[in-house]
Design a protein around this ligand. Structure first.
Ligand code: DGT
Ligand code: CA
Length: 577
């Protein structure tokens, strides 16, 4: 049994316990364990053999016994007994937007566990007659079912990417695929994706299709042919696999990576040069000029190679024709994370643990930014505690030659634009990241001037998650971003690309606008647990989609360069007058 199957069982158990209304402590224990398993670099089977399951963070005796049972018998009796109470079909309903654990609990009470039945009741306006289901909930559920059915639910990239990589690996492990790649929006690292597209060349297509159909979590085969097959996973997510000939792989990869708008422009370009481009190759008359590799296709069209992240028809084709594509920042250029929470506020890990994780990621420094005093709910630090933290960071740095920490704060901006610590306190910090966490409903003008005012503070370095969006959960607040970008440029402030999978904020388009206005970008994972520091690299995908070069991003500086930069920028006179 693969790691991903074990973590899936644990996640489902967590959903089941949530429907049952069990304690958050238990629910989170399963979710945490699932995450820890997904983050493991090695196989659980090996761990079991070496007797080292207990060394996995978050895995105690009870969970280790459950993993052992799963690995040795392929089943888990506890999970089966839960299924007797809560059918898996009910868990599947929870992937319909608008159905959370509360609603699922009501549906369970009335034994509604099937999408068709749910839809029938909602259409007949009978759902709203159940306790705790309002008219609005019913309407949301109907809309959710439509999205679910049409496969139109867009999901955060950070949720789908690990799954997609797991599926690709599982297919590769069978040994029939001679070439394989993700395609579509997920290969372009778009912030949300509709489905997973996979392209491959197989030495035994029939066998590959069989393996694909029997992957763990597959509930349905939507279309099955010898070269194209679509499945649905229990989360409702659709996965498409296309098998092509070796000679066509590059052209097909180019076609199925898209975007559609990029493809249309490429085809026009081919026609202008007397050629024809489709998913089988680049042709002149009937002669195939290119097809095996994407590089050949771009080269023969007279273009430099366009990285998938840029293929959105946003000027990349013109730039490639003129040899003016930017040399995009890569994960290897990244030397630090500018936004991590520690146990000083609402984070779960101490300075040592954060540093160790950072070293594992190949980083040289980390900005530890805990919440400020008035954000009580997130353990905001009093000035005394903040000074304690300053001392702890200084001490840490003295004994740590290979990784350095910056003592920062994520400082709240109140509704009038005041910062949550006095200037003399801010001036003691290495890094000041300002953010909006309250009064989200202000009108645009007021929201904008509140932020612009905060950006005039000489001690602020970065404005965090500039629009406040949460993918699939919360729309951005009303704010005039061009004005914020201009204010950041005027005051020498950086804007954040928050890499948390739920945020990815700024997005690609705004991040490019910021760069064009001369603003530097600061990538932060906003991790509250060390595992979440991996999201730093999701932030890098946004930076690449935003056409950023290494020099546009603060994270590419060495510790020395960064500390000098931050000191200099706080000493700059206010340039707004
Ligand atoms: P998504 O799935 O909405 O997140 O975004 P994509 O880009 O993955 O879109 P999808 O899955 O519908 O199609 C995958 C790729 O296939 C797409 O990026 C480009 C290509 N493609 C699909 N339909 C067409 C089409 O009608 N014309 C052209 N030129 N390309 C298409
Ligand atoms: Ca797609």
């Amino acid at each position: 049994m693969r790691n991903g199957e074990v973590s899936r069982v644990f996640r489902t158990i967590a959903d089941m316990l949530e429907i049952k209304g069990e304690s958050h402590f238990r629910i989170n224990a399963y979710r945490r364990a699932a995450q820890a398993i997904d983050d493991l670099p090695d196989h659980l089977d090996d761990r079991l053999r070496e007797n080292s399951l207990l060394a996995i963070p978050g895995i105690g005796k009870d969970l280790a016994a459950k993993i052992t049972e799963l690995l040795t018998t392929g089943k888990l009796s506890y999970f089966q007994s839960l299924q007797a109470e809560i059918p898996l079909s009910l868990i599947q309903l929870m992937s319909i937007p608008g159905i959370g654990p509360g609603t699922a609990r009501v549906l369970q009470e009335y034994q509604i566990t099937d999408v068709d039945e749910l839809e029938r009741l909602a259409r007949a306006q009978q759902l709203r007659q159940l306790p705790r289901i309002k008219k609005k909930t019913e309407e949301n559920i109907l809309r959710g079912i439509e999205l679910f059915r049409g496969g139109l639910v867009r999901r955060p990239l950070g949720r789908v990417l690990p799954l997609a990589v797991g599926i690709l690996e599982a297919l590769r492990e069978q040994g029939y695929l001679t070439r394989a790649s993700l395609a579509g929006s997920i290969r372009r690292f778009r912030d949300t994706v509709k489905d997973i597209d996979i392209l491959g060349v197989s030495s035994d297509p029939a066998r590959t299709v069989e393996v694909f159909e029997s992957l763990p979590g597959v509930t349905e085969t939507l279309a099955s042919g010898s070269t194209r097959i679509s499945i649905r996973l229990d989360s409702g997510l659709q996965v498409d696999l296309r098998l092509v000939d070796e000679d066509e792989f590059g052209a097909a990869l180019c076609y199925f990576t898209g975007s559609k708008e990029h493809n249309v422009r490429l085809r026009e370009l081919a026609i202008k040069q007397g050629m024809k481009l489709n998913e089988y190759g680049l042709f002149r008359e009937n002669e195939r000029l290119a097809g095996r590799s994407e590089e050949d296709v771009y080269r023969l069209l007279g273009l430099s190679y366009i990285p998938p992240e840029l293929r959105e028809n946003r000027g990349e084709i013109e730039a490639a024709l003129n040899g003016e594509l930017p040399c995009l920042v890569t994960s290897k250029d990244i030397r630090g994370d500018l936004h991590v929470h520690s146990i000083f506020s609402d984070g779960h890990n101490d300075l040592e643990q954060i540093a160790r994780k950072a070293l594992g990621l190949g980083l040289e420094w980390v900005g530890i930014c805990d919440h400020s005093v008035s954000l009580q709910i997130a353990g905001g630090l009093s000035v005394d505690r903040l000074r304690e933290k300053l001392r702890a960071v200084r001490e840490f740095n003295e004994r740590s030659p290979d990784i350095k920490l910056l003592c920062g704060a994520e400082v709240d901006i109140d509704r009038s634009g005041n910062l949550d610590y006095p200037d003399e306190v801010l001036s003691e910090l290495d890094l000041v990241v300002a953010a909006v966490h309250t009064s989200f409903r202000l009108e645009e003008a007021q929201m904008t001037s509140r932020i612009v005012r905060a950006l005039k503070n000489p001690y602020v370095h970065v404005f965090a998650h500039p629009t406040g969006r949460l993918l699939g959960e919360r729309e951005p607040y009303q704010v005039d971003l061009p004005l914020i970008i201009a204010a950041a440029a005027r005051n020498g402030k950086a804007l954040e690309i928050n890499g948390s999978f739920q945020r990815l904020d700024l997005n690609d388009v705004h991040c490019r606008a910021a760069k064009e206005a001369g603003v530097k970008l600061s990538i932060g994972s906003d991790a509250h647990r060390v595992e979440q520091m991996d999201d730093l690299f999701l932030g890098v995908t946004v930076a690449r989609r935003g056409w950023l070069k290494a020099s546009d991003v603060l994270n590419t500086m060495s510790y020395r360069e960064l500390t000098h930069y931050l000191k200099d920028s706080s000493m700059q006179p206010d340039r707004t007058h």
